[in-house]
Ligand binder design. Structure first.
Ligand SMILES: Nc1ncnc2c1ncn2[C@@H]1O[C@H](COP(=O)(O)OP(=O)(O)OP(=O)(O)O)[C@@H](O)[C@H]1O
Length: 330
């Protein structure tokens, strides 16, 4: 890590501390994430590093996903595990906080941002990567106002088994407010739909300026989700009966149909079509990221307003140029 000069700490979360740094060899500004490792367990630390780095590596080169430059594992006492990434800018959560709580993003801007998030998600999913922690804190905003998905600390490659079509995955995953109904019901056989539900929550948050479903507990979260998007069809989902919490009284309570139209009265029909599609309770009816991008909201839009920005003068943050990436060393 001697190639990097630390500038300042820019973030800290469950999996590590993130620093802004300068690559002494190139002058480029980078973000270095030092992984914490589970309870000082060295093997776990290596596993965490390899998993996050492999998922990032599989997604390299996409403009809407944070770019990995290198991964380092130091040996010996006090050894650390580090991911070196392009420095992007503040998180979407930070930017929205600075705009002021409850201040909605205009629909055309929300569409531009959602196009980028869905494009990044579609690429991840095409590479077999499930992010499993999409939320505004894990989306970065560059100096042109373009978005990049970051923090692959919870991500993993989707694995299929011949018998079920799904491997049993870890649960719980995804931060509570962005967690899909099937996860709240205890599913361990989920798929990329957990990411697209989270993107639906982010879309709603952009359009209203506030989190859509700020639950206080798993059951409160599920209740809010059912009350907001309706739950009528969930029990008909073929996998429903196998869900560990299928017997919960919350699943038997009768619910009004989706309230999304009422909550977003100014949203165009095409916008509501995408929002409702991403927030379908039944995972098999939920839009995939790639399908969402084919809906009229995106295809009929005046595309000039939606193009990634590459000129200066955008509203968010500073911009740092990138240079060619290092080799990955894990
Ligand atoms: N490439 C980057 N460029 C700029 N800032 C970054 C970058 N990567 C991470 N950050 C900042 O550091 C914060 C924490 O990073 P990250 O989410 O990867 O860590 P974490 O420990 O997994 O966090 P959490 O537990 O909150 O999910 C981000 O929210 C962001 O503000």
């Amino acid at each position: 890590m001697e190639h990097y000069e630390r500038i300042e700490k820019i973030g800290e979360g469950a999996s590590g501390v993130v620093y802004k740094a300068r690559d002494r060899r190139t002058g480029a500004t980078v973000a270095i994430k030092r992984l914490r490792g589970g309870g000082g367990d060295d093997e776990q630390l290596s596993e965490d590093l390899v998993r996050e780095a492999r998922c990032l590596e599989a997604c390299r080169g996409h403009p809407c996903l944070v770019e990995l430059r290198a991964a380092h594992r130091d040996a010996g006492a006090g050894a650390g595990a580090f991911l070196v990434m392009d420095y992007v800018g503040p998180s979407l959560a930070q930017v929205m906080r600075e705009r002021g709580a409850g201040r909605p993003v205009p629909e055309a801007e929300a569409r531009r941002l959602m196009r980028q998030l869905l494009d990044g998600a579609a690429a991840m999913h095409e590479h077999g990567v499930l992010h499993r922690d999409l939320k505004p804190d894990n989306v970065l905003v560059d100096g042109h106002g373009n978005l990049k998905i970051c923090d692959f600390g919870m991500s993993r490659f989707a694995a299929a088994t011949a018998s079920t079509g799904h491997a049993p995955y870890t649960s719980p995953v995804v931060t509570l407010w962005y967690r899909a109904p099937e996860l709240l019901l205890g599913s361990r056989e989920y798929d990329a739909g957990v990411d697209t539900w989270a993107l639906g929550c982010i879309m709603a948050e952009l359009l209203s300026g506030a989190p859509l479903l700020p639950g206080r507990s798993e059951m409160d979260q599920l209740n809010r989700a059912f009350d907001t998007v309706g739950a009528d069809d969930m029990a008909d989902w073929p996998r429903f009966a196998r869900l560990p919490r299928a017997g919960s009284p919350l699943c038997r309570k009768s619910r009004p149909p989706s309230r999304l139209r009422e909550m977003f009265p100014a949203l165009s029909t095409a916008g509501l079509d995408v929002l409702s599609g991403l927030l379908s309770c039944r995972p098999d009816r939920r839009l995939t990221a790639a399908d969402a991008l084919r809906r009229p909201w995106f295809t009929d839009a005046e595309s000039s307003a939606d193009q990634p920005r590459n000129a200066c003068g955008a509203r968010f943050s500073e911009r740092v140029g990138g240079v060619a990436a290092d080799a990955i060393v894990v």
